[in-house]
Design a binder for this molecule. Sequence first.
Ligand code: ATP
Ligand code: ZN
Ligand code: MG
Length: 320
Amino acid sequence: MDGFAATSLSPGVLPDDEAGEPRSFLDRLFDGGLLIRTGVDGLYGRSGAFESVVEAVDRLATGLGAEDGAEALRFPPAMARTAFERSGYLKGFPNLAGTVHCFCGNEADHANLLACLEAGDDWTGKQAASEVVLTPAACYPLYPVAAARGRLPADGLLFDLQSYCFRHEPSLEPTRMQLFRMREYVRMGSPEQVLAFREMWLERGTAMMAGLGLPLAVDPANDPFFGRAGRMLANNQRNQGLKFELNVPVNSVEKPTACLSFNYHQDHFGLTWGLEQADGSVAHTACVGFGLERITLALLRHHGLDLAKWPAAVREKLWG
Ligand code: ATP
Ligand code: ZN
Ligand code: MG
């Protein structure tokens, strides 16, 4: 990763919270009406002002990739359970998955459900797994669709995605939501093609975030694979340089927040989905993910909760 050696963020890059009674960043976002409480940690409404930033960041990502000829696809925030099962997500992240369950009883079961509800007892007995699962990452619904088209063309394929994603990781850090939007570009082809794509986006993403006045560091990273076997997978991923994150201090300097991630899956999805290069060999894939809420929150944390008072250069980049 030439030019992207691990860096460190110096203390002092995070503005102090306002003086007076200390309020958490999350509470300040609620107070300012930017996020709206639902009673569940990590599940929030967003104000119009918040959304105007999300949309502007999304547009920036579109602009950066405009010359590349990516095919834009949008999926609803759920995917077929059969595809989810085959994807391998449950091997790595059983704790994060969100499955959709629906009532499948008769009228007596319905009466029982209502009685349980009334009594404050568990009413979920007759709920059964449906054929849909919530999307865990924007690129997950794409691989089976691409594989069904047959072999890749010689120069591979490039897709542009955006989706709400679900991960069951309730948290008081506003940057760790249960439902959030991920903008992604996904490249499929030879190892050389997908690695060149990732290198290019490391540069583009870094320039974009620096241009928004955010302090950042690009660091090797790993996914939080579940359990003891997961620890080995995580170490391999990190040591082989398969995942990099662009971190910005938002909640703290010590634990900065991954706002973009750059992932090389090697032949994992190619093997899983039978995705082939033009010559019949297994396709490699890579994706770059922009966390739209996280980038928005990083901007709010560094430039303040009043968008009108953001630096002119930043406003210009976002809204022209
Ligand atoms: P983290 O290490 O912080 O959990 P991650 O490795 O799980 O992040 P990815 O799986 O690479 O993140 O997801 C792509 C992008 O989606 C991240 O770079 C981040 O910006 C965003 N993202 C991931 N999880 C969340 C979340 N719980 N809430 C908001 N944004 C998220
Ligand atoms: Zn992805
Ligand atoms: Mg995570």
